[in-house]
Write a protein that binds this ligand. Sequence first.
Ligand SMILES: C[S@@+](CC[C@H](N)C(=O)[O-])C[C@H]1O[C@@H](n2cnc3c(N)ncnc32)[C@H](O)[C@@H]1O
Length: 338
Amino acid sequence: MNQKNITFETHLLDDIPSLMALRVGLKTGVLQVLHKGPMSRESLGAQTSLPCSGLDNLLGLFRQCGIAVLEGKCWQLTPMMQDLMSVDPAALRRRADFVALAACDVLMHGDSLMSDPQAFQRAAATFRFFRYDRALGTGAAHLEDTAPWANYVSDLTAREVPDLVPLIPLEGMGHLLEVGGNTGIFARGLLERHRGLRATVLDLPAVCHLGAGVLPETFNTRLTFLAGDAREIEWPDGDAVLFKSVLHDWTDEAAQKMINKAAQHVPVGGRVIICERGPIVEEPTMCGATASANLVFSQYYRSPSFYEAAINAAGLKLLPRQSVSLDMAFHVVAGERI
Ligand SMILES: C[S@@+](CC[C@H](N)C(=O)[O-])C[C@H]1O[C@@H](n2cnc3c(N)ncnc32)[C@H](O)[C@@H]1O
């Protein structure tokens, strides 16, 4: 996805009428039909389940938000929308659905988000979406419950790879253990950059199963999945251990424990690397419905100084912090075993 696609997608997702129109268009198949070519309103009505008045309203919204235009008697996608639909309509739908879910949560339960994060977790549909407990098995039902969020996370990660991979200090390392590495998208980006590197992705069983199922052959000998619960399973030693957008899921004590454990699994000169979004309070601008996708986790994003203190507490020598601004600021905090 290029920057033009991302800017147009954000424009559509940020605004409630266009977010609604996009989701309805993808769910009813109107957008998929128009992606194949221009079509009259009557033919569109015959091919989709929408009644006339609903279809008219939807097409009106499409026109207002730059999704489609009427040319003569036929509706057609704008060049920007045609281009966006050519990238990955399934991923677009996952992203639109998650933004809508998160926007509903922050609007309906914003008070508990600020005052009682546990009450927010109980009330928010977002947290019922990330069912880590359903990823402990690899039966058909486990995979079905895990694929939606694992794929959503993979889509986001794929966008982060170009900016974050260069900041991960892996020069000269032979083996990386990535804890909570999801379907391996980030590890694949690292392997492409560091030709001498091998990686083991440790994640929950259903996630590893999904990742192994989509692993391109070119990575077969360099990327291995290790299925299990990171708290219980034995970790292999590596030259580096990476936690990318993982530790915010854990309490301060559990995060420190993970970092300590990682420090014991690297040799002298080996590294423990943490890559996380920074705290919401330090963000210069949070705007539009897309901000909800991060706001729902606002109580869990920490200052990089927390991770720096944790690296010190694990007895590692701190390396210079690296930061980059994407949908939010990301910080890479790393320590070397001495
Ligand atoms: C927020 S996602 C981040 C994924 C990935 N690192 C990325 O940035 O795209 C957290 C990941 O941690 C994994 N995870 C959660 N609890 C885990 C556990 N107990 N053991 C292993 N992995 C776990 C989840 O399955 C998920 O893939």
